[in-house]
Design a protein around this ligand. Structure first.
Ligand code: GZL
Ligand code: ZN
Length: 334
């Protein structure tokens, strides 16, 4: 009897566990749709993790679109390849997300996939860089920076730093070719070069916004120049390029900073501000990566039935050595 009742007890336990589990499955089936309906589902396609700026930008999105705040964030890192971004956007369309947030690696090649998003009735918010599409209504809103004005701030600093009319020898390190940040920052320098015939562009190279690529390109340039170049300014289109350029310059015996080469950069991430504080980096033009809250504002406006502004720009500062105090470094979010 004893053995029999023990088996019975085990059997009854097994059956009740099974029933409970079926109940849960039934619940989900009953609701018909997964619990996504409780959340605003945001499909996000990020460029990659090529720079400190990009990492901070991704962090800002993850801190903004949390489940506690009613969002489900689907996050894809495209490793700087447009085809990966297009694949991610198509996946989000199939998943019928509520919003697509796209940080485009380059400006061109988005027309068809954004038309597919429109056919699916999914608003697309473009963040940071811009897309170049024939039908601008494919983009519900853009949140980002004015890259040309960032470049102008850098040029104005150069004009103030060096007496006008003085011959100036400039090396230009470009960011990812075809990205809005590169296009804007390059245009500002090009306009300055045509305004100042006494400024000489010694070399222009692609640093792809990374430290490694810039170190390589700058080292090649310095090692293969027929005569050791006299360099006054190195115009780097982001901080990580500046780190690579400084490394290459110092390896060739150049002094960076006061009395030496003025290296300037964009983004103003933490390590760059430390380099400005210790004098190695002469100027940093801020490009704010904390774009999550601005994107959330756009989504909340649409959720409330409003039509959001087309363009939302972030406020940005400029940092030189006497601007960077310990308190400032403490206060920075990135
Ligand atoms: C600028 C952004 C650029 C940063 C780089 O908003 O697109 O891409 O300046 C980043 O650091 O890689
Ligand atoms: Zn001039």
């Amino acid at each position: 009897m004893k053995r029999f009742s023990l088996c019975m007890i085990i059997m009854i336990c097994m059956i009740s566990i099974l029933l409970a589990a079926c109940g849960r499955v039934a619940d989900t089936e009953e609701s018909g749709i997964s619990d996504d309906d409780k959340y605003i589902v945001v499909g996000l396609s990020q460029v990659g993790a090529e720079s400190d700026w990009r990492v901070a930008d991704s962090e800002s999105m993850k801190q903004t679109f949390t489940e506690e705040k009613g969002y489900r964030l689907l996050f894809d890192d495209a490793r700087q390849k447009q085809e990966n971004q297009i694949g991610a956007v198509r996946k989000y369309i199939q998943q019928r997300v509520d919003y697509i947030v796209l940080m485009p690696v380059g400006e061109d090649g988005w027309d068809s996939v954004l038309q597919e998003a429109r056919h699916a009735g999914i608003p697309v918010i473009v963040v940071d860089r811009m897309v170049n599409v024939k039908d601008s209504s494919l983009v519900t809103a853009h949140v980002g920076a004015d890259f040309y004005s960032e470049g102008k701030k850098a040029v104005e600093w150069i004009e103030g730093r060096y007496p006008s009319g003085r011959n100036l020898h400039i090396v230009h390190i470009q960011g990812t070719l075809g990205s809005t940040a590169q296009i804007g920052r390059t245009a500002a320098l090009d306009d300055a070069l045509s305004k100042h015939p006494e400024w000489q562009l010694l070399a222009r190279m692609d640093g792809d916004f990374t430290q490694a690529k810039t170190y390589e390109a700058m080292s090649d340039y310095l090692e293969n120049a027929p005569v050791r170049p006299i360099i006054d300014v190195v115009y780097c289109e982001n901080d990580n390029e500046a780190f690579g350029a400084i490394e290459a310059l110092e390896a060739q015996g150049y002094l960076c900073g006061q009395g030496g080469v003025s290296v300037i950069s964009f983004d103003a991430t933490h390590d760059a501000l430390v380099a400005v504080k210790n004098g190695k980096l002469s100027l940093c033009v801020e490009c704010n990566p904390m774009l999550g809250p601005l994107v959330e504002n756009v989504i909340q406006e649409i959720e409330a039935g409003k039509v959001p502004e087309k363009n939302h720009y972030v406020e940005e500062a400029v940092f030189t050595q006497n601007d960077v105090t310990d308190e400032l470094l403490e206060s920075r979010e990135y």
